[in-house]
Design a protein around this ligand. Structure first.
Ligand code: SF4
Length: 336
């Protein structure tokens, strides 16, 4: 494995046992994160993006079953780790930010206590050291009068300030990887932009690899260097952000792009929603999960799901159209 690779997961499968059956939420994906990179994982709700990252963190509910051929983080095989060993990594080497800070922050403890706790547990800091570091972190995330703010409770912070405090908690132990699950969805538009700017800033300051999970390609456009597009528990496309935005290869990615307003200040265009709804993952289709909504569907799409086909520059697409195109190109090149 390359020195650059921080996280590498092969053939990840996660399912949930519920009263009416088994939901196959993640159905065999490979995903990696390089050191210091900003990766976006995008898709509609229920596509498996959050579950895949919760699986990596081993933060799944008791009714979940997670399997993978390998799961390596910073050169260590996490599949062999016990829950106790995983707790040493969670909040220390891997930080996490969730959508709604009000449900992630404990309303009974001051913001100061909540930043100090991981510092005391993971970094074994004294109370005074942890308090000093907590104030520094609040200052770094742009909260003024940090010494006073440390004494306040979550309900005394605005929504944007609470998310800034969550970032301070997630970053205080200087993690190697930060996973942010829809961190701006619960915020209004102006605050969203500030939080994304802050996340980019923190990534630069701490050289932390960051995974941003979102349903919003617009959020990805302003932050991420590489993108993974998920649908129906599978990866549909992945590649550098400019390839995904300007040379998308999968009909689902094209549909997502058509359903957002212009990126990077591009001209406003008519928004076209993707008709239909995602597949039922209690009875996942044998073929391409996007088939019922795809304008280009062919007979083969019903019976067999295409594997990811590599194009260039690390760009891969799981679609029979690309597969046939790439095989034809390869055959022509080989015949020369
Ligand atoms: Fe559409 Fe077939 Fe490609 Fe799926 S594999 S996206 S159904 S053309």
């Amino acid at each position: 494995m390359s020195e650059e690779r921080l996280l590498d997961v092969k053939n990840l499968r996660t399912s949930f046992l519920i009263s009416s059956g088994v939901v196959s939420a993640v159905r065999g994906i490979d995903i990696h994160v390089d050191r210091g990179e900003f990766l976006g994982v995008v898709g509609e709700s229920g596509c498996g993006k959050s579950v895949s990252m919760l699986s990596v963190m081993r933060l799944l509910e008791d009714n979940a079953l997670m399997k993978a051929d390998s799961l390596t983080f910073d050169g260590t095989d996490l599949m062999s780790y016990s829950s106790k060993e995983m707790r040493r990594i969670q909040g220390n080497d891997i930080g996490m930010i969730f959508q709604d800070p009000m449900t992630s922050l404990n309303p009974l403890y001051t913001i100061g206590n909540q930043i100090m706790e991981p510092l005391r547990i993971h970094k074994k800091m004294s109370g005074a050291e942890a308090r000093r570091r907590a104030a520094e972190m609040l200052d770094l995330v742009g909260i003024s009068s940090p010494e006073q703010r440390l004494k306040q409770y979550p309900h005394e912070f605005s929504g944007g300030m609470r998310q800034r405090a969550m970032i301070a908690i997630a970053m205080c132990c200087n993690p190697k990887l930060l996973i942010a699950d829809e961190p701006t969805t619960a915020l209004d538009v102006t605050i969203q932009a500030q939080i994304l700017e802050l996340m980019k800033d923190m990534k630069e300051k701490f050289a932390t690899a960051t995974v941003l999970i979102t349903h919003d390609l617009g959020v990805i456009a302003s932050t991420c260097t590489r993108v993974v597009v998920m649908y129906g528990g599978l990866v549909m496309e992945s590649g550098m952000a400019e390839d995904i935005f300007y040379r998308p290869g999968h009909p689902y990615t094209i549909g997502l792009l058509n359903s957002i307003s212009g990126i990077d200040g591009a001209e406003k265009k008519k928004l076209v929603p993707i008709p239909g709804s995602p597949p039922d993952l209690m009875n996942p289709p044998a073929g391409c999960p996007f088939m019922a909504r795809c304008d280009y569907a062919m007979r083969i799409c019903a019976s067999s799901h295409p594997v990811l086909t590599s194009l260039e520059n690390g760009h891969s697409v799981a679609c029979w159209l690309t597969h046939s195109f790439a095989s034809g190109m390869r055959a022509r090149l080989e015949a020369r």
